[in-house]
Design a protein around this ligand. Structure first.
Ligand code: GDP
Ligand code: IMO
Ligand code: MG
Length: 453
């Protein structure tokens, strides 16, 4: 029995909150792609946890797995685990030996390449965590895997092959004077070997390195329930998103199989829940047809939503761009991942507005289209066709959440219900949960996917 959680939009839809909410019914929680570019927030009682690598189930003492599809920076992983220990948790994290390691030179190259790309407006506004360069090395068959850290000889061989190439790239292509920069150690085989072999020792000593596919197979044989925790979102998927303003992995549901070593049938026989933010927010660059930035009034509205929704990047602190909900984007997401249900977050943030719009379709070159076009240039030319909704009043959302535990949707204002119904029809999937605040208890649950799976 599996439940897969997928971001439906541009990341930061509130995936962490739902993984936390339903993770209580799971035994193992698996990240299948991405790395410490993710920032997943869990709010339990008064405590807020912002998790970049450790799967969100750690807060509930579940086993957290970083699958082979992830890129893992051991430095940040251990910092995060130690930080959680300081806060009284004892996270049990396993890392696939087939996952690729992020090394310091990946971060340096991420920064340099973004700067160079920005001259041509091709920078994605990355999180600077070295994600793209690490996946590049994976595809180029020169990457270093977590399993390689466990064997000093193998690690040395791998580093001796790749580091001179990375150094030449930095120096000869990008003109960085490595020796004179702050990054000399990032391109030094001996320094890297020392640090990364130590991480390998710690992974081995703590029994953290696993054969992910086999581990999950055995867990399933033993009757464990597995939750796949997607990071990022569909529109920044490397294949299905707004290339090149994307991340370098597959957040969509197919990634859960490839990135963990279970069959697609295992994912497909379970539930696939799309997490939807009731409007759009975006930290990176690229077009955004429904962005609220055209007029002073729109900018005021965006400021209001940004403040109210705390729309500042979890990883980087950057203010997020804000837009109206985009249904063509959601139809695309529902199709690519095969959503069996959706969870809609942040409906509290939209309360008390004096106007409320949803982009129902686009107009592209005089034609009405209902799904995202396949090129980012076309998407940039799309004009949103809006549909107006009656805004809902600001209410006591904690009280609504409490009442929702029994009354379900009836606890919500009628206008909110109309909005949700329209959304659910558009993606042809039922609403499983509605977020009315960041806390675990501030999600109105209409169905628990572990009970329907
Ligand atoms: P993720 O990356 O998809 O896990 O999302 P983030 O954690 O990066 O961003 C979502 C933010 O919204 C976090 O600060 C959450 O605590 C918060 N949040 C989640 N659901 C809700 C909701 O329904 N209402 C409000 N107001 N905040 C929410
Ligand atoms: P969670 O899991 C929102 C964006 C970056 C940039 C692009 C590429 O918290 O939803 P990268 O560092 O991955 O190479 O950056 O992707 N991005 C995210 N945006 N939420 C995230 O994760 C993101 N992870 C990456 O802003 O546009
Ligand atoms: Mg996030």
């Amino acid at each position: 029995m599996t439940v897969t959680i997928v971001g439906s939009q541009l990341g930061d839809e509130g995936k962490g909150a739902l993984v936390d909410r339903w993770g209580g019914d799971a035994d193992v929680i698996v990240r299948y792609q991405g790395g410490d570019n993710a920032g997943h927030t869990v709010v339990e009682g008064g405590d807020e946890y912002k998790l970049s690598l450790v799967p969100s189930g750690a807060v509930r003492d579940k086993i957290g797995v970083l699958g082979n599809g992830c890129v893992v920076n051991p430095r940040t992983l251990f910092e995060e685990i130690d930080g959680l220990r300081d806060r009284g948790l004892d996270p049990d994290v396993r890392v696939a030996k087939r996952a690729h390691a992020i090394l310091p030179y990946h971060r340096v190259l991420d920064g340099i390449e973004e700067e160079v790309k920005s001259d041509s407006d091709l920078d994605a506004g990355t999180t600077g965590r070295g994600i793209g360069p690490t996946y590049e090395d994976k595809a180029g068959r020169r990457g270093i895997r977590i399993g390689d850290l466990l064997d000093r000889e193998v690690l040395r061989d791998r580093l001796e092959y790749v580091v001179p190439q990375k150094r030449a790239l930095a120096e000869e292509v990008y003109g960085l004077d490595v020796a004179a920069s702050d990054h000399a150690d990032a391109f030094d085989v001996d320094a890297l070997l020392e640090e990364y072999a130590d991480y390998g020792d710690r992974l081995a000593a703590d029994g953290m390195a696993i054969n992910c596919s086999q581990f999950l197979h055995e867990a399933r044989q033993a009757g464990d329930r597995i939750m796949f925790e997607g990071a990022q979102g569909t529109s920044i998927d490397i294949d299905h998103g707004i290339y090149p303003y994307v991340t370098s992995s597959n957040p969509t549901a197919g990634g859960a199989a490839v990135g963990s070593g279970v069959g697609p049938t295992v994912v497909g026989q379970g539930e696939v829940v799309g997490i939807v933010k009731a409007y759009l927010s975006r930290v990176g660059t690229g077009p955004l047809p429904t962005e609220l930035d055209g007029t002073d009034r729109e900018e005021e509205l965006a400021d209001h939503i940004r403040e109210r929704g705390g729309e500042f990047g979890t990883v980087t602190g950057r203010p997020r761009r804000i837009g109206w909900l985009d249904l063509p984007m959601l139809r695309h997401a529902a199709r690519v991942s095969g959503f069996t249900g959706i969870a809609v977050n942040h409906v509290d943030v939209l309360s008390g507005l004096d106007e409320l719009k949803v982009c129902d379709a686009y107009e592209l070159d005089g034609e009405r289209i209902e799904s995202m076009p396949a090129t980012t240039e076309e998407w940039g030319r799309c004009e949103p066709v809006f549909r107006e909704f009656d805004p809902w009043p600001d209410v006591d959302w904690s009280a609504v959440a409490a009442e929702g535990a029994d009354a379900g949707l009836d606890a919500l204002p009628a206008e909110t219900r109309a909005y949700l119904e329209y959304l659910s029809d558009a993606v042809d999937a039922p609403v499983y949960a509605v977020g009315v605040g960041p806390g675990r208890e501030e999600t109105i649950e209409l169905a628990n996917p572990f009970e329907t799976a």
